[in-house]
Design a binder for this molecule. Structure first.
Ligand SMILES: N[C@@H](CCC(=O)N[C@@H](CS)C(=O)NCC(=O)O)C(=O)O
Length: 185
């Protein structure tokens, strides 16, 4: 069975959300990060960077949450994707993991980046229910997870972005979300 390594409150919940969406069986291996279990040789053999999440799927090991999400999408979502469709998924996953996450979680960036990033996101989500249109995809896990962390962790006022607030609400009502990110807070 696929093993997902993470801490109690970590980005492993993002991968867990997608595994739950896909209904892929997995074992959550919870590392005691306070005790530094993620820096012990046994885990460093899986991710030499000493960060979570990582997965072990048979003989295959992978780390970086965005790379794991895209691997799971490739492996388990049977829809045929053209290079262009796949590139759009990559775009949103990288945006969530890099641009949006650093814009929101790096305090020094927040004041400048939040209006810049959330204004166009609010417009997109005002036009359509999901990032790529009418269908929930891995892009929604990558970006929706970061957006959902805002009310959970930062208590920033998102009143200026009603479509984002509605989107966060829709995401948080999904049962897969509740079994993962929602269940960990
Ligand atoms: N970009 C990485 C970030 C991984 C990351 O920073 N994980 C944190 C937990 S959320 C971690 O392992 N921190 C432990 C440490 O830095 O020692 C990803 O998305 O997987």
């Amino acid at each position: 069975m696929l093993k997902l390594y993470g801490g109690a409150f970590s980005r492993a919940s993002i991968v867990q959300w997608y595994l739950e969406e896909l209904e892929v069986p997995y074992q959550f291996v919870k590392l005691d990060m306070q005790a530094g279990e993620h820096l012990q040789p046994e885990y460093l053999a899986i991710n030499p960077m000493g960060k979570v999440p990582a997965i072990v799927d048979g003989d295959f090991q992978l780390w970086e949450s965005g790379a794991i999400l895209l691997y799971l999408a490739d492996k388990y979502v049977k829809a045929p994707h053209s290079p262009e469709e796949r590139a759009k998924l990559n775009q949103w996953v990288l945006f969530g993991n890099a641009t949006l996450a650093t814009g929101i979680f790096v305090e020094a960036n927040r004041e400048r980046e939040i209006p810049r990033l959330l204004t166009p996101l609010n417009e997109i989500l005002g036009r359509q229910p999901f990032l790529l249109g009418n269908e929930f995809t891995v892009a929604d896990v990558a970006v929706g997870s970061i957006l959902s962390y805002i009310p959970l962790m930062l208590k920033l006022d998102l009143g200026a972005y009603p479509a984002i607030l509605n989107y966060i609400k829709q995401m948080s009502e999904r049962s897969a979300f509740q079994k993962s990110i929602g269940g960990r807070v």
